[in-house]
Design a protein around this ligand. Structure first.
Ligand code: ACO
Length: 402
């Protein structure tokens, strides 16, 4: 085998690749994407099959351990995940320190980062058992942290996890139940949300996952590394897009002029972009968007007409854009975020929680990559190079002579 590292050293190779358009930062056995063909697989399983047959928790097992669990393995994994779902009561008090109108993503960055102050046993990042416990804690506590960030914003009492419920049901219950009423989540909401979680669970070296790997490469603790990933995900060019899609669709539905927005998106003097369109890797239809579009049809048929206008605008936008030369030439297709927001909105999930749900789903991807990196003998601290374009050497000038 070629020792790439020594070869590069010997040849003095240096590549300039802003945005990592064509540089692999690592090797990984977790997720495969063929952007030209619109293919996505987790551990070799096509996303379409997982979407149809799997559950989020089973998919978590697949991503973390590399195999689909047997029923015994799945029961054991579910039990462990349930065991960790509570948060330390002192973490609960953290929420009160945020302003009442704080964005839940800001709360997520802070609270997940703070976990490292509470769970500082099992911190040897070179010990696979210790890493596994951190992975379980993160996957398990994320729904509680996420739901509480919503409860805090609405001023309602926090709901504790109910370990008699499934993972996704439990999250919905912590979000929407109030102590005075019995709450039973609508089964179609549970299925739709579980599907969204499966589709967002991993996507190889995107900005947030690369952030988790880079932070973790210094052997920082996993809670801090995942908190950095959440911060990266929040940006509107990444996980923040789902929120922006709904704003855009609502605006278009109000004005009723889809063509005007398509025209604006093509105008190079206008910074406006069609949110939920385009992808760094997919130069074809994002396979996740196809699956979510189908779920949109099913969910809206079940719920009635109220959310239909937004979906109609989205379908019309997709129709126009996919026939328009500008979008066809640049291979811009709807991405995962284009339709997911419509489902979340129809379920009554507020806009500012959309990216939080993305973060909850992606946690397993982040932690699986971190785990893989820590196990990889090739892995070392991430340290990108730069192309210096600053001043040539010059003499220091005392302040009174400047
Ligand atoms: N609307 C209009 N034009 C677009 C769009 C869009 N949504 N996306 C890309 N383009 C154009 C660019 O202006 C550029 O045109 P040019 O060649 O004439 O200059 C060309 O398509 C290539 O775009 P880049 O920005 O170079 O592509 P890049 O790979 O860097 O960006 C990105 C990908 C950030 C996703 C981009 O398509 C975008 O901004 N989309 C909207 C935001 C979005 O939906 N983000 C979610 C991504 S998926 C996720 O994170 C889960």
């Amino acid at each position: 085998a070629i020792d790439i590292r020594s070869l590069y050293k010997e040849l003095g190779y240096f590549t300039y690749d802003p945005g990592f358009m064509s540089t692999a930062s690592c090797s990984s056995a977790i997720t495969y994407i063929d952007g030209d063909e619109g293919v996505l697989m987790y551990r070799g399983y096509p996303i379409e099959q997982l979407a149809e047959h799997s559950t989020y928790l089973e998919t978590c097992h697949l991503l973390l351990y590399g195999n689909l669990p047997s029923s015994d393995e799945l029961s054991k994994f579910s039990r462990i995940i349930k065991e960790h779902s509570m948060l330390h009561e002192a973490i609960r008090r953290f929420y009160g320190g945020f302003r009442h109108d704080a964005h839940p993503m800001a709360i997520m960055v802070g609270v997940v980062g703070a976990l490292s102050a509470f769970y500082h046993d099992n911190t040897d990042v070179h010990n696979p058992k210790h890493r596994e416990i951190s992975a379980h804690r993160l996957i398990s506590k994320m729904p509680t942290i996420a739901a509480w960030s919503y409860k805090y914003a609405t001023g309602q009492p926090f709901q504790y996890p109910d370990n008699n419920m499934g993972y996704t049901e439990n999250f919905l219950k912590m979000m929407f139940s109030v102590p005075t009423e019995e709450y039973k989540p609508n089964p179609i909401f549970v299925r739709a949300l579980d599907l969204i979680l499966i589709l967002h669970a991993d996507h190889e070296q995107n900005a947030s996952t690369s952030t988790v790997r880079l932070s973790g490469s210094s052997e920082a603790n996993p809670f801090a590394a995942v908190s950095a990933g959440i911060a990266s995900l929040w940006g509107p060019l990444h996980g923040g897009a789902n929120e922006k899609v709904i704003n855009m669709l609502e605006e278009i539905a109000r004005t009723g002029d889809v063509n005007q927005y398509v025209k604006r998106a093509k105008d190079k003097d206008d910074p406006f972009r069609l949110m939920g369109f385009g992808h760094r890797v997919y130069k074809n239809y994002d396979p996740r968007a196809k699956i979510i579009r189908k779920m949109c049809h099913e969910l809206l048929a079940e719920l009635g007409a109220e959310n239909q206008p937004l979906f109609d605008v989205a379908l019309e936008l997709e129709r126009i854009a996919t026939e328009d030369e500008y979008f066809v030439e640049r291979k811009l297709y709807p991405n995962v975020d284009f339709y997911s927001g419509i489902i979340l909105r129809a379920m009554g999930i507020p806009l500012n929680m959309f990216t939080v749900i993305f973060a909850l789903a992606r946690t397993v991807g982040w932690i699986s990559h971190w785990n893989e990196m820590m196990d990889d003998p090739e892995s070392r601290i991430g340290r990108p190079r730069q192309l210096y374009v600053g001043s040539a050497p010059r003499e220091y000038v005392p302040i009174e002579q400047r």
